[in-house]
Design a protein around this ligand. Sequence first.
Ligand SMILES: [Zn+2]
Length: 225
Amino acid sequence: MPHARPRPADPSTADARADARARLDAALRPFALGTHEGSAADDAGVALTERRVAAVARDAADAVLPLLGDPPRSAHRVRRLLRDVLTCTWGEFEATYAATLDALLALPPAHPDVEDPAWDAALPAAPAAPRAWQQGAGPWRAPIEGAATVGPAGTAGRVVRRGARAVLLTSDGRPVLVNVRCTCEPAAREARPAVLFEHVHLRRDGTILDVLAGTACGACRAVVP
Ligand SMILES: [Zn+2]
């Protein structure tokens, strides 16, 4: 077997690679930074709804696909690669962004016989209205545990946990793990219906401090990142 040794990089090829990377960077950076606006100060990560992440990934994929070469890459695979950089914490941003550029540039052409799923195929049908709770910010009182309600961000469900400072409601009325990230394989995750949830943090006076609205995995009950 011949010794597999990488050939020294041809300078013109290296230039072309740097060019491609710079063009990709220019197209992608506004989308990537856009989802981190306002979150840099606390480094708390990006609490976007699942649908908003998917919509930004769709738009960013449309912008970068023409830069990735011909035959075209799979829009579905590009969108999946983009998720990490749209949802990572600000502290992770530069490293994640660089890794995402590398992964996009290394993506092989799409298989011609495999059709991409629609950008919103895996999303729950009834998205929560993001940030609707910011208007009319009076005190919010959740009904008793187990009661049906609509959360401040618009999620219809049942109260799972009701404390003085935090309320958890989920679309199926069963608990979710709001501090754990789902690491299931996509197939395992998609085998069960996703669960919408809202984790509402309250101030002492009962007004809303923050709402984390998101989607939990139907298999492991952890948050879908
Ligand atoms: Zn899971």
